[in-house]
Each structure stands twice: as C-alpha cells, then as structure tokens.
Design a protein around this ligand. Structure first.
Ligand SMILES: [Zn+2]
Ligand SMILES: [Zn+2]
Length: 212
C-alpha cells in the first residue's frame, strides 16, 4: 500500500483494476507477461507490532508478496516486518508450504538499458527488485512448469510452484538486466514484452536490438 503521495502515484487502470500508481500497473503487466498469477491487495494483515498492512500483490502459486515502492525514500518498515514474520522459522528440515517460507519482494522502478546505447528503447527497461530483509532474490524460470519466479539461493534451489529442481537454470539479479519490465501498457493497449530470460550476454554481445 503506497500511503505517501509521490509524483508517480497516479491511479492507473489495467486489467479491470484501478491501481494506486502507474508503477503498480506496470508490475501487474510484467507479471502477466510472465504468466505469473497474482492478486492485488487481497488481504489486510495485522502484523505482530499491531500495524495493519495491505501488501500490493500476492502470487498464490509462488508464495510470494510484492510490495511496489517508487523512487525516493519510501517507508518499508511494514514490508520488513512482513518479510520477517512470513520467513521460514522451521527448526531443521523446512516443512513450510514454500521452501524458506513466504518470500517478500520490493518492486522498484525499472532499470534503463545500458551498453552502447544507454537508455535506448523506451518505454522498456528491465525489472528491478530487492528484498526488504534476508538474502537477495534471484529471478529464475522453472523449465518443468515454465513458471518465472523469485528464489533465494538457499539450497536446494527448487521451483516454488512445482517443487522440482531449478539448479540448472540461470538465476538473475535485477542488475543483470535479463527480465523485461512492461511499462506504459495502460495507455498503449495490448503492447507487452516478454522477458529476455535466455543466455546471459556480455558487454560485447548486446542483444541485436540494442545495437544501432
Ligand atoms: Zn520452513
Ligand atoms: Zn516448476
């Protein structure tokens, strides 16, 4: 829930839902482009501190929350508390429905293109995320059930949906710029980008469409 007004917080309609900001709608579009099931603000949670909190997205197949936070110095105390509360607290073998417990991700504004033509190809940047608490989250696509998702690198690396191994799949950080962010779909009607989850490339091997 974005309670602090920012310049980005323009209510935006997408998929029949009025989101609180364009950035939230862009995150919904990015999840859709990756066939990730999501629910928007499905639950009002009373945290152990007594604070009432409505996280932005719940991904029911992946046991993952996404709180969208724009630029500036947003307050993330509630998101940190949610992450601490929902993380695995098992002694020894984890018996959580999702390995490591529920995962909480902070969804950020996109990263622009870099390389020979920095910033090119608007409005498409790359998805940008971090974790509010605990280990970093990596984006990986499970080849068994074809679900893109975020995992931590706590072993074993398993698909959070089908529980099969994703150890052989490339796992990307946000700064690797491999996951496309879908921006501005609300005003452009049907335009979307699929993620670039493929072979990692080096600075000399930018994808062809990034070259002049
Ligand atoms: Zn556990
Ligand atoms: Zn899977």
């Amino acid at each position: 829930m974005t309670e602090e007004p920012t310049i980005e917080a323009v209510p935006t309609e997408y998929a029949g839902i009025t989101f609180r900001s364009r950035l939230e709608a862009d995150w919904a579009a990015t999840l859709n482009a990756n066939n990730i099931k999501w629910a928007y603000e499905p639950e009002t949670i009373t945290l152990p501190s007594g604070t009432v909190y409505i996280p932005d997205f719940w991904l029911p197949e992946l046991g993952t929350w996404i709180e969208v936070k724009g630029p500036g110095i947003p307050r993330v105390e509630k998101t940190i508390e949610l992450a601490q509360t929902r993380a695995c607290h098992c002694d020894g073998n984890c018996t959580c429905q999702w390995a490591g417990g529920e995962l909480v991700i902070l969804g950020r504004t996109s990263l622009p293109t870099v390389g020979p033509t920095p910033g090119r190809r608007p409005p498409y940047g790359y998805a940008n995320w971090e974790t509010p608490h605990g280990p970093s989250a990596y984006c990986v696509t499970c080849l068994h059930c074809i679900r893109t998702q975020w995992i931590t690198l706590r072993r074993p690396w398993r698909c959070r949906a089908c529980k099969r191994s994703v150890e052989k799949q490339p796992a990307y950080r946000a700064v690797d710029r491999q996951v496309r962010f879908v921006e501005g779909i609300a005003g452009l009607g049907g335009l979307f980008a699929m993620p670039d989850l493929g072979t990692p490339f080096t600075a000399n091997e930018w994808p062809i469409e990034d070259r002049e």
